[in-house]
Design a protein. Structure first.
Length: 332
């Protein structure tokens, strides 16, 4: 596979070392990158997913009198929206600087957001801090991290991405439990400050352990490649990504099964290694939509909700682990 095919959808390889071919090591330091990406996912996206714990606490304690339920709920949705909408800006910054700087910017933004939110006295303070600023930090961290593990693997690429995606389930499970306990023990302010310190420490370590293999072999990141939009397969890929994330965000905020995500995302990566990445990506996305249409809309009791949570947790969020391996196949 040529060097041009070893970069993600927002990169272009320019060989400055005179090397025509680059074979990923399929292991080695790549596993350190997988572990680092796992921890970054655990301390970014799933802090957002545990927002329901903050929401319940805010509503029960009436910390900001006069604030409606819709306004509280809007904080979580706005955070996810900012994380996704900032991607073009973060990609541009990555092209002008590098992936490590992009990740460090995200870590600082996330730390500032949680610290400032801990001193909020008005609900609009939370809009700016816990929603906008935290979302921007998450977006920068995601853009600077998501393509790194796949650079180090070829045969085991789907498995590696599945493990990194499992960080989201792990973080959501742990932080939902810890946050609930801390809120009752020390209150909202110190809970947010503790999370800020923990997240900054873990992300700073993981972000600086990640190594951009494309950069080391002489590749140059580019923010956009307009020519890609002239390829029909790329247009279909972008459409799949857009609608997958749209549906997944709605699902994960409405009904999260974080333990099942933790267990099944690496399993999905392993199965795709055996049966084909594109086939598993298509089947999982289709099954997730089918479950929502047929099962979720008809559920009227607790048993049905639990059953749906288990099944949806197995196949939901496939995009997060399969988009990079699938794009590398399309680029071949």
């Amino acid at each position: 596979m040529g060097l041009d095919n070893q970069v993600g959808p927002s990169t272009q390889a320019e060989n400055h070392l005179g090397v025509d071919e680059h074979e990923p090591p399929d292991g080695g330091y790549g596993w350190v990158c997988v572990a680092s990406a796992f921890w970054i996912n655990a301390h970014t996206w799933e802090i957002n997913s545990s927002f329901g714990v903050f929401l319940a606490y805010d509503l029960s304690h009436d910390l900001f009198p006069g604030t409606s339920n819709l306004e509280y709920a809007f904080i979580g949705g706005l955070s996810i929206s900012c994380a996704l909408l900032v991607a073009p800006l973060a990609t541009t910054v990555m092209g002008r600087m590098d992936t490590r700087s992009t990740r460090n910017i995200g870590a600082v933004l996330q730390f500032v957001s949680l610290i400032t939110a801990s001193f909020a006295t008005k609900v609009w303070h939370l809009f700016l801090s816990q929603a906008v600023c935290f979302g921007l930090g998450t977006g920068f961290l995601f853009v600077g991290t998501s393509g790194i593990p796949a650079q180090w693997f070829r045969r085991r690429r789907s498995l590696a991405n599945g493990i990194t995606a499992a960080g989201s389930g792990f973080g959501g499970l742990i932080y939902s439990l810890i946050t609930g306990v801390m809120l009752e023990k020390v209150g909202l302010g110190w809970t947010l400050r503790a999370l800020a310190i923990i997240c900054l420490t873990m992300i700073a370590i993981a972000a600086n352990l990640l190594r951009d293999l494309d950069k080391e072999i002489g590749s140059r990141h580019r923010a956009f490649q307009v020519s890609k939009f002239r390829q029909l397969k790329f247009d279909f890929f972008v459409a799949w990504a857009f609608f997958s994330m749209l549906g997944y965000v709605i699902l994960v905020f409405s009904l999260a099964d974080l333990l099942r995500q933790l267990a099944c995302r690496p399993l999905t990566g392993w199965v795709s290694l055996r049966l084909g990445r594109m086939d598993i990506a298509a089947a999982s996305t289709g099954l997730s939509g089918f479950l929502c249409l047929v099962m979720w809309t008809q559920t009227t009791n607790a048993a049905g909700i639990y059953s749906f949570a288990i099944l949806a947790g197995m196949v939901g969020g496939t995009f997060e682990q399969q988009y990079m391996p699938s794009w590398w196949i399309l680029s071949a």
